[in-house]
Design a protein around this ligand. Structure first.
Ligand code: AMP
Ligand code: GLY
Length: 428
């Protein structure tokens, strides 16, 4: 089959790499792709962007693809999956209606309440007075979230009431500004991706993401600075429990509301003293967690995503996983996330590749001389693999050390606390 992948990040590079390795797949097309994806797939430009449905449909038609996989949230929220389905293309990714699970935090909270999903207590606010009341009702640490899409940067967690109110003011000053003030959830975070055809749910292996910009979880939130899998410290049965208490009730609720969810439900969890609680839903694969999850998946992924897109998950083989650990470290441009400086020369990629490490491209571009330049905030996502987490970390960091980008930054502690056995789940 022929598969079209929409997007241009390291998540899409990982998807393209995994889909291209599926023996059932004869060709992969990416739109717009990136300079790394270009080595594995035919890249088609999208001058009006990936949210422009008719252009995406035109690329799918030009190549006569059998499946379209949509990577990022923006085209999903804008209804590109609806346009593709209307044109007759099997599509992995939810409709605009179902994508509200990520597009509006208030909508997600409503669905969670209706489905009985455990999550932080929250107030939806549209005025400063409501925000002040909510902050005082919940107390510090304060969690204030922009209602709409914000590329992982719309959330502030702070002990400062002033900083919480400043963030709320900034969000509320936008047209239709709406925010969610939420109870703070304590405990380690886990990302669990659940593939669904609108009816059945197949969980992938859990991963852990590192959202803060700097080591020891300091600095602002980012799109994600690194990830690892597996999580040896997870309680037995956690995945089954989350499928039963979160994923399946949510998928069932969406189907009953006539908004069937087809694609991947990303469940961001906090493992609290009161059990797993949902921090957020996303409606697509996480970046950078996908890089490590797909690295470990032994089952052919093209067929799995096609089965989800065509209501045939019931016939899918049980998933098989490599026992090895995988770690990904994100190399970011100087100034990321506040004001990334693009244009820096990226070198050393050939030296960074080995039998235990490889480089996935995110924000890269080629200049007129064919040289690789930083073209976005997150520039590369380097994946290391090993029999243990320690070996996978060593492979990833050795590889990152061979890449050069002036002023480039990465976290040095991805997976470190897990390697040291320091992650604990709070008890009541
Ligand atoms: P979100 O955009 O909802 O994923 O939030 C981004 C990050 O903010 C999460 O990964 C958490 O680290 C943090 N966060 C969000 N909500 C909460 C909460 N209720 N309690 C503690 N931390 C949170
Ligand atoms: N890694 C977090 C996200 O994809 O939103």
């Amino acid at each position: 089959m022929k598969v079209l992948v929409i997007g241009s990040g390291a998540r899409e590079h990982a998807l393209v790499k995994a889909i291209a390795a599926d023996p059932m797949v004869e060709a992969v097309i990416a739109a717009p792709g990136n300079p790394g994806i270009d080595a594995l797939a035919v890249c088609e430009p999208l001058p009006r962007g990936a949210t422009h449905g008719p252009d995406v449909v035109a690329v799918a038609a030009k190549h006569g693809v059998d499946l379209v996989v949509i990577g990022p949230e923006a085209p999903l929220v804008e209804g590109v999956a609806d346009d593709l389905r209307a044109a007759g293309f099997a599509t992995f990714g939810p409709s605009a209606k179902a994508a509200q699970l990520e597009g509006s935090k208030a909508f997600a909270k409503r669905i969670m309440a209706e489905a009985g999903v455990p999550t932080a207590f929250a107030h939806v606010c549209t005025t400063r007075g409501e925000v002040e009341d909510a902050l005082d009702a919940l107390g510090p640490p304060y969690v204030v979230k922009d209602d709409g899409l914000a590329a992982g940067k719309g959330v502030i967690v702070t002990d400062s009431r002033v900083a919480a109110l400043d963030h709320a003011d900034a969000c509320l000053s936008r047209p239709d500004g709406r925010i969610v003030v939420e109870e703070h959830l304590d405990g380690p975070e886990v990302s669990l991706f659940c593939i669904s055809d609108g009816d059945l749910v197949i969980p992938l292996t859990p991963a852990q993401d590192f959202k803060r910009a700097q080591d020891d979880d300091r600095g602002p939130n980012t799109g994600g600075m690194g990830a690892y899998s597996p999580l040896d410290w997870l309680p037995d049965g956690l995945v089954d429990d989350v499928v039963a208490r979160v994923a399946q009730p949510t998928i069932d609720r969406m189907r009953h509301l006539d908004m069937p969810f087809v694609g991947v439900l990303y469940i961001g969890l906090a493992l609290t003293s009161r059990g797993p609680q949902v921090i957020e839903f996303n409606v697509r694969f996480g970046d950078p967690e996908t890089q490590v999850v797909l690295d470990r998946l032994a089952t052919a992924v093209g067929e799995l995503l096609l089965a989800a897109a065509t209501s045939q998950l019931g016939e899918a083989e049980p998933l098989r996983w490599h026992p090895d650990a995988a770690v990904t470290v994100v190399l970011a441009a100087p100034g990321y996330p506040a004001a990334p400086q693009t244009g820096g020369l990226v070198t050393g990629l050939d030296e960074a590749e080995s039998d235990v490490a490889y480089v996935l491209h995110a924000g890269t571009s080629r200049d007129d001389h064919g040289l690789l330049r930083a073209g976005g905030g997150r520039v590369l996502s380097i994946v290391g693999r090993g029999a243990t987490l320690a070996e996978a970390r060593a492979a990833a960091y050795e590889s990152v050390g061979r890449v050069h980008l002036p002023g480039g930054r990465f976290r040095s502690d991805i997976g470190l606390r897990a390697e040291r056995g320091e992650i604990t789940i709070p008890h009541l």
